[in-house]
Write a protein that binds this ligand. Structure first.
Ligand SMILES: [Zn+2]
Ligand SMILES: [Zn+2]
Length: 121
C-alpha cells in the first residue's frame, strides 16, 4: 500500500498492490500541466486507488482528464482514453516517492536538452 496527498492536504489517496508501470514522461503537455521539466508517473488501474477529498479534473486534450486539488492546485493525476481503466499519479504526490523507481522514459523526442533520456535505470 502507498499513500499520498496534495500540498495542502485537501486531497489524499491510497493505492494498493503493484503499479502497472513507473515512467518518466518528457512530453510537452505534461511539462506544461505540471510546470516541471519532466513528469514521473506511477500507473495503476482505477480500482487500485482510493481518493479522498477535493480532487477535480479538466480535459487537457480530447480524451484526457488531468486531476488536481481544487484548493491548492497541485497536479495529481492523468486519465486517458488510450489507457482506459487506468489512473496515473505523479510520483511527487506520494508520501514515499522513493518506493518507486522509473523503468522507462517516454516521449524522449520531446525531452529538454538538460534532461535527455535515459534517466530511468
Ligand atoms: Zn490541495
Ligand atoms: Zn506526458
Amino acid at each position: 500500500m502507498a499513500a499520498g496527498h496534495c500540498l495542502c492536504g485537501a486531497v489524499s489517496f491510497e493505492t494498493s498492490g503493484t503499479p502497472r508501470f513507473v515512467a518518466n514522461c518528457h512530453c510537452e503537455n505534461c511539462r506544461r500541466a505540471t510546470g516541471a521539466a519532466f513528469s514521473t508517473w506511477v500507473g495503476f488501474t482505477d480500482d487500485q486507488i482510493n481518493w479522498t477529498g477535493a480532487r477535480a479534473t479538466y480535459a487537457s486534450s480530447e480524451g484526457v482528464a488531468r486531476g488536481f486539488c481544487k484548493e491548492c492546485g497541485t497536479p495529481l493525476s492523468y486519465q486517458g482514453a488510450k489507457w482506459d481503466g487506468e489512473t496515473h499519479i505523479l510520483i511527487g504526490a506520494f508520501d514515499q516517492p522513493e518506493q518507486f523507481t522509473p523503468k522507462a522514459d517516454v516521449f524522449a523526442e520531446e525531452a529538454l536538452a538538460f534532461c535527455k533520456p535515459p534517466i530511468a535505470s
